[in-house]
Write a protein that binds this ligand. Sequence first.
Ligand SMILES: [Zn+2]
Length: 306
Amino acid sequence: MRAALLFAASPLLRYAPAEAATGAEVTEIAPGIFVHQGRYELQSPENRGDMANASFVVGSDGVAVIDTLGSAVAGRELRHAIRTVTGKPIRYVINTHMHPDHVFGNAAFKEDNPTFVGHYKLARGLGSRAERYLAINKEMLGAEAFQGIEVILPSVGVENSLSLDLGGRTLQLNAQRTAHTDNDLTITDTATDTLFLGDLLFSVHVPTLDGSIVGWLALIEELLRLTPARVVPGHGPHAMAIPEALSPEQRYLDAIATDVRKLIRDGRTLEDAIKTAGFSERDAWKLFDHYHVRNVTAAFAELEWE
Ligand SMILES: [Zn+2]
């Protein structure tokens, strides 16, 4: 009986100790590019904010981290994974956008004294939402997983583009127009032609709209003209191919935009929209019930002024 209980408890124990020297699980998707795949969940004490993808790129001179997961605890596990792969200095921590599941692990890298890099609008966006983000995450993560979280804003803001030389490979950073948020940054590794899209690409996990649906759909059209060897989504598998990777997201956003525009034309209200718009997509996505109404609400507010 005792043995059975211990056995039953072991999956939880894997995640419980905050100081556990366990590394986040990572997959090398191309030479020197490692991706950790987050879970399709809301933040909880059990997942410790490990619900987005996070990556690192190893050059001959140093390492760049791309997103840091949703807590300092999870960020430390990502750092541990980096240290099992390479002892090279962590020179850059790049955040693809302001959302907590991508930036709240930043504190785990403070000791490396990296340059923190983000879209130039990230600091303003995260700065003004920090108090709310911290309160929500404290509540959802619980005290243990919340421990050590700090809001660390970029020391370098990218206004158009920026190149980072890691030695033997260059990361090309591009600030994007308002789409998923107003501070999405894409990153291309020139050595392997890998494009990190952050939350401009959701797969499996329903997209979350916190910027502009019109801007996002327009940006998807532009992204579809690119021909990288592979893309890394903010939520979804470690690596994917475009155009296929972007089609479900495009279809989802287009369904919302089409339905909401029709409802507005027919003189219907937001209350009608949140009950019907985009519901043809319901079975296609995880976490649909949690985020979809918010997406429709944001789309309605934007599209009623067209
Ligand atoms: Zn995210």
